[in-house]
Write a protein of this length. Structure first.
Length: 154
């Protein structure tokens, strides 16, 4: 039985420990959590040196583009995002336009610039969390908490 792990590991050093200790046959770094594409490539090189596979955890177009460039990454993980599991919905829907979905078990990445997706202009931009005002908020005794104003209808 092959053992897969790593979606919550956040550095190549942690992945190196997993490989050195023989704890995993398949590494599953998350592109957003492990430090981005550059770090994912470094993790993949480490895994290749140990004869391990890399199947990035979710991450949609960011992992799809990685997978098609690596010899030790045989397939991509597609996360089913439809609440009722009754349709195939892109991971970042509705935020991204042009995000690919599998058809008949196969994925085709866009051949447009970058990752081949764009931000959806129809999605309202809101700040979902409270933030501190000012650059020195943590050091300035005069700092104040600022909340996002209610979104106005378009």
């Amino acid at each position: 039985m092959l053992i897969s792990t790593g979606e919550h590991e956040s550095t190549r050093y942690g992945f190196r420990m997993l490989l050195e200790m023989g704890c995993a046959d398949i590494l599953q770094p998350d592109v957003g959590w492990c430090g981005g594409i550059t770090e994912l490539i470094k993790i993949s090189a480490l895994a290749d040196a140990y004869g391990a596979l890399v199947v990035p955890h979710g991450s949609s177009v960011y992992s799809y583009h990685f997978v098609i460039t690596r010899t030790n990454s045989p397939f991509a993980e597609f996360l089913m995002m439809a609440p009722e599991a009754d349709q195939v919905v892109p991971m970042f829907s509705p935020l991204l336009v042009g995000e690919p979905v599998p058809v008949n078990g196969r994925m085709r990445v866009p051949d447009t610039p970058g990752f081949g997706v764009e931000l959806n202009p129809d999605v309202e931009l809101v700040r979902p969390v409270t933030r501190l005002a000012g650059v020195r908020a943590g050091l300035d005794p005069q700092f104040q908490l600022v909340t996002a104003p209610a979104a106005s209808p378009r």
